[in-house]
Design a protein around this ligand. Sequence first.
Ligand code: AMP
Length: 287
Amino acid sequence: MERITTRAAMQAHAMQARCAGRTLALVPTMGALHEGHLSLVKLARAQADHVTVSIFVNPTQFGPNEDFDQYPRTLEPDLEALRNTGGVDAVFMPQPNEMYPEVPSTWVRVDHLDAYLCGQKRPGHFLGVTTIVTKLFIACRPDRAVFGLKDAQQFLILRRMTRELGFGIQLVGAPIVREPDGLALSSRNRYLSPAHREQAVVLSRAVREARARMDAGEQRTGVLIEAMRHHLAQAPDARVQYVEVVDTEQLRPLGRLQEGQNALAAMAVFFGETRLIDNTFRWHPAA
Ligand code: AMP
């Protein structure tokens, strides 16, 4: 497993693998790895001959009042976990000044899709995400890139970006990995107090109920949202930021689900300072 810190070295490494006829998969992460990330690595391994994992805490996707400085950085255990998978060929782990050598004036923006859900609550977040993912694509030259559906809006925005810019990279959406009680794994779960950790199970109960009701044919999104909010209300310390049901192309809130329409039910909830997200799709955006 090779550790690579510069874009030029990463490109050279990727080109060498490509010239040897290998297909490449990229798994972008911000480190603080858990089983969710490792499931992405496994999926990448199954779909390509060569797997690159990037570890980069991207400053441009954090707002001024967000947790960039506090974001967990656990490089050595991360590298150990990746080595133990036996399936990673290269780890791309640049420093911030490698990815942003100058104050950036070049951005990749996907219009409109960030107007709802997390994008509405975190202005500029997805601009940072689309820009860094573009830079990672250019450095790592993958055929496929694996992203978790835990970050559903991110996946849908990146899918749109990849399609429109013609990167020729196939995006693969990986299912959400959960704790035994249902809580979606997240690098931020470690910040939950024991009491909040216990209460946080309400998110997964809410998405499970939304999923069951959609499967049973419920079309009224008001009813779905009410059912999800009912679960969230069982946690006394939960501060709900949003609960929405949106379409999967424009990400606009839907009044009513049409027959066969793709939809995403998603939520963000604070426990103290810790913000958790969860979601379920009415269809599986596999690739
Ligand atoms: P992050 O390091 O939080 O930026 O996440 C890196 C990638 O891992 C993203 O594509 C996430 O969607 C994905 N991911 C994070 N948590 C999970 C999870 N519980 N299950 C599946 N994928 C996840």
